[in-house]
Structures are given as structure tokens and as C-alpha cells.
Design a protein around this ligand. Structure first.
Ligand SMILES: Cc1cc2nc3c(=O)[nH]c(=O)nc-3n(C[C@H](O)[C@H](O)[C@H](O)COP(=O)(O)O)c2cc1C
Length: 434
């Protein structure tokens, strides 16, 4: 009978390239050990005022390209990429790690638990030009739980510290941690305080992204773990007060830029920034306000219309598909249209736009299989319903953009139109007390 060890070995062999052998791994590991980089000056990234959260099956390179058409400034994160996949994959590396140059500042989120492998994965990300790497200590899925990474790591702050130390020794770019406020019954304020203290002091981490709720590893699925445990923004603010030297990005339930995000960024809270996930997928057009409202960008008068965005994205999608075809790979239409499905969320017949785009994209013979024509034709179809929607520049044309601070003082709570949702509700209006 096959032993567990043999089983794992065989499984690994099936999943990875056959020529990736342990010698290569050892060589890479020893080269890492020879050259610790923690003593060298570290690259610095600007303040992460607003970031788009890492989301598996959402924030791939195409989604991030689309995000960059909406905001030039927000920090972008990859989906969580597994340490093994980063190290071992050969063919898949391009799809996983490549990105268009406009995506900076860009952060690669890594999932794993082996300090050496995490260090090596970080080094590969640095070579690919990522601006930072982030360690996932917040994912509660069965897969991460069984593989002992993600949120499970919050049980072992010492291990996280060893992981981040190894990563810091291997790269010159910043290393950060994304975590929750607790896991299972490790959910007292003192527990998360201990985690942050250990990982910052022993692990050398000075920037944390905190999803402001705990998670339950048994009993709740990932979706429920993003909605049921209550948000506790006050805990994150308290952590910031207890660790004033650390940079903290708050995450969870931020869906209203003017009513929620700007007030959270006030001087008193002293936070590094706010991160939003589901807002970006469900209401991407909202993000067209980010550069003006949060970064005080003076060029926002030239911001793109949704017609400009779709034309640009259609060209991009075609280029991506042609490139992959040239390499003998198949990049499905469905993957390329997914980022833009919700561009008209909450608007007249926004659902028709999405439905038609999905239908057109799934018909391989329509438009001679050209993804560009599929997108542009769907746009023309939608023009019949909502011509203004294609032309508006997010309804803003300002003479002098207000700074973030001016905006905070003149802002009033505002709710957006009720939209159709593609991924789970992002709980608009969630408050810490809920
Ligand atoms: C579809 C989906 C996939 C996600 N994948 C990841 C992930 O890969 N890594 C991670 O740290 N968080 C992941 N998250 C959690 C988000 O990064 C974020 O912490 C969470 O959605 C709360 O933020 P929000 O309320 O603004 O959406 C995911 C969330 C969603 C909805």
C-alpha cells in the first residue's frame, strides 16, 4: 500500500514540473541563506491610503488592469498565491505572476507556512518586480486550514515571525501581514495584541492589514466568515493607539467612499489606509472617485468615460488572448470579461449588460471568436439602454479638487443606489456594532 509520504510525493510530482528537483530547491535555499538582505536599506512604497483587497478568483492580472483604468493611485493586490505554486510552477508562472506595467504599486499576497519556501517565493516575487509581498494570515477556507496556512497561522505568532524574518532576509521590498482580529476562541483583544506584538518585534513587520473581524475555522464557510462575525473597527483603532509606530490598514465592510472611507482616514485615527474588496468587484465604477476624493488628484477632469474604459479594455483583452494563443495557451473569454461584468451595477439595465456580455462571450463562433468585438458589440447594445451611462465621467468635473481633509469635513453620509451583486453582499452600511 502507498505510504502517506509516497502519496504526497506522487501528488507533488503530478502537480509540479518534473524537472523541478530538490537540488534546485536546495541551491536556491542556500543562496538565500548566504545573502540576508535585512541589513540593506529597504525599498519604500508610498502611503497605502486606499487599496483593493486580494480576492481569489477575482483580482487576477486582468481585473487589476481594469482597476488601473479606474484608479491610478490605489494599491493593488494579487489573489493569494501559494508558496509551492510560486516556486514550482513553470508554465503557469506567466499567468500567475505577470502583469501589465501600469499596475504598480502592486503587491503579491503569498499563502504558506514554511519560512524557507516563503522566503524563496518572496524572492521570486521581487524578481518579477512586485513592490511588496504580503503574508496571508486571514483566509479561513478548508483548503488553507488543512494546509496549515492562512488564518490558522494566527494560532502561532512565533511561526509567523519566523516566516516574516526569513522573507525580510531574502528581499529588499517591504513584507507585510494581512490578518484577522482573532480565530476561533483565540479572540480576546489581548490575543490579537500579542499576535501583532510578536510579529512586529520578532518578525520585523511594520505594516499590518487588518480585516476587522475574527473568523471561525469550523462552522462557518469563507463567505459566512466575511459576513457573520461582527466588525470591530474600534479594536483596530485601539491597536493603532497601542502600536503607534506600526502602519495599519483597516479592512472589512468599507463600501461608501464619502460616508465611510474618508472619515476613517481622519488625522485622529492615524491609520495608513483603508482596504476594500467586494466594493471593487460589485461596484467598480465607484472606484473612479478614488483618485480625486482620496488622493486629491488634480488630473481627474481627464478621467475616462466608461466607453473609453471599455474600448481600452477590449484592446487589452484581445492582445492578451492573441499573446496566449501565440504561446499555445488558451485564455477563455469568460476569464477576460469577468472583471468588467459589473461596470454598470446599479444603473438602468446594468443587469442586461452583464447578461449579454456573458452570453456573447460564451458563444465561441460569434464575432469570429474575437474578444475585442464581443466587448465592443455588447457596449453598442447597451448604448441603446443607457447612452449617458457610457459618456459620464463618474458625474464629476471639478475645477479644483478637494483634498482628502477638506472632503472629510464637508462630507455627509451617503448611500449608493442598490445594485445587482455578483459576489456576496459587501454589506453596505455595515457598522462596527453589527
Ligand atoms: C471572493 C473573495 C476572495 C477572497 N480572497 C482572499 C485572498 O485571496 N486573500 C485574502 O487575504 N483575503 C481574501 N478575501 C478577503 C478580502 O481580502 C477582504 O478581507 C474581505 O472581503 C473583507 O473586505 P470587504 O468587506 O471590503 O470585501 C477574499 C474575499 C472575497 C469576497
Amino acid at each position: 500500500m502507498e505510504s502517506l509520504e509516497d502519496h504526497l510525493k506522487n501528488k507533488e510530482n503530478q502537480e509540479t514540473d518534473p524537472d523541478q528537483n530538490s537540488k534546485e530547491l536546495e541551491m536556491l535555499l542556500s543562496s538565500l541563506k548566504l545573502a540576508p538582505k535585512s541589513s540593506l536599506p529597504r525599498k519604500v512604497t508610498p502611503r497605502e491610503l486606499f487599496s483593493i483587497a486580494p480576492m481569489v478568483d477575482v483580482t487576477d492580472r486582468h481585473f487589476r488592469y481594469f482597476m488601473r483604468l479606474l484608479t491610478k493611485k490605489a494599491f493593488l493586490y494579487t489573489e493569494m498565491l501559494n508558496e509551492h505554486a510560486i516556486i514550482h510552477s513553470k508554465k503557469g508562472k506567466h499567468a500567475m505572476l505577470s502583469y501589465s506595467p501600469n499596475q504598480h504599486p502592486l503587491i503579491c499576497q503569498i499563502g504558506g507556512n514554511d519560512p524557507d519556501k516563503m522566503a524563496m517565493a518572496a524572492q521570486i516575487c521581487e524578481e518579477w518586480g512586485y513592490d511588496e509581498v504580503n503574508v496571508n494570515c486571514g483566509c479561513p477556507s478548508n483548503k488553507t486550514r488543512d494546509g496549515c496556512f492562512g488564518a490558522v497561522l494566527m494560532f502561532d505568532a512565533e511561526l509567523v515571525a519566523r516566516i516574516t524574518r526569513a522573507m525580510l532576509d531574502a528581499v529588499n521590498i517591504p513584507v507585510t501581514v494581512k490578518c484577522r482580529l482573532g480565530v476561533d476562541d483565540l479572540d480576546k483583544y489581548e490575543d490579537v495584541h500579542h499576535f501583532i506584538s510578536t510579529v512586529s518585534i520578532k518578525g520585523g513587520i511594520d505594516k499590518f492589514i487588518i480585516h476587522a473581524r475574527k473568523c471561525l475555522l469550523s462552522g462557518l464557510n469563507p463567505h459566512e466568515n466575511r459576513t457573520i462575525p461582527p466588525l470591530k473597527y474600534d479594536w483596530v483603532l485601539r491597536l493603532k493607539k497601542d502600536f503607534p509606530h506600526l502602519r495599519m490598514v483597516i479592512n472589512g465592510g468599507f463600501n461608501d467612499i464619502e460616508g465611510q472611507i474618508l472619515p476613517m482616514l481622519n488625522d485622529e485615527n492615524k491609520l495608513e489606509g483603508v482596504m476594500s474588496g467586494r466594493l471593487a468587484y460589485n461596484f467598480p465604477w465607484e472606484l473612479a472617485k478614488i483618485d480625486r476624493l482620496i488622493y486629491g488628484d488634480t488630473e481627474c477632469e481627464d478621467s475616462m468615460t466608461r466607453e473609453d474604459i471599455m474600448r481600452d479594455y477590449a484592446e487589452y483583452a484581445q492582445q492578451q488572448q492573441d499573446y496566449d494563443k501565440g504561446q499555445g495557451w488558451y485564455l477563455p473569454n469568460s476569464v477576460l470579461v469577468r472583471p468588467i461584468l459589473n461596470l454598470f451595477s446599479g444603473e438602468y439595465e446594468g443587469g442586461s449588460f452583464r447578461k449579454t456580455l456573458v452570453e456573447n462571450a460564451s458563444n465561441k463562433t460569434l464575432y469570429g471568436g474575437k474578444i475585442r468585438d464581443c466587448i465592443l458589440d455588447t457596449m453598442e447594445y447597451y448604448r441603446g439602454f443607457n447612452p449617458e451611462g457610457l459618456q459620464t465621467r463618474n458625474g464629476v468635473k471639478v475645477v479644483r479638487p478637494q483634498s482628502m481633509y477638506e472632503k472629510i469635513h464637508s462630507t455627509s453620509a451617503k448611500t449608493s443606489a442598490s445594485p445587482e451583486r455578483q459576489i456576496e453582499s459587501s454589506s453596505k452600511g455595515e457598522s462596527p456594532s453589527e
